[in-house]
Design a protein. Sequence first.
Length: 83
Amino acid sequence: MLASYIVLSEKLEAELVNVDEARWQRKAEFRMNGKVALDGPVRDILRMFHFDAVHHRGQLTTYLRPMGARGPSLYGKSGDDVR
């Protein structure tokens, strides 16, 4: 799963580097089970997915810490990092 995530993330990053302003503004649809779940400008949909990923990383931290694991870095160094 991690290998797939890395490959797909790198592919997405490579594609986003070349997105011009017209493409950011273009309307897009995100479909689930054949139905439109989200629609709007590409920039808004990608921003929503970015913030959703950040949110879930934060959730992961709240599950890991009570189990004694170190939390991942979210916005810079983690409070669990050795200073």
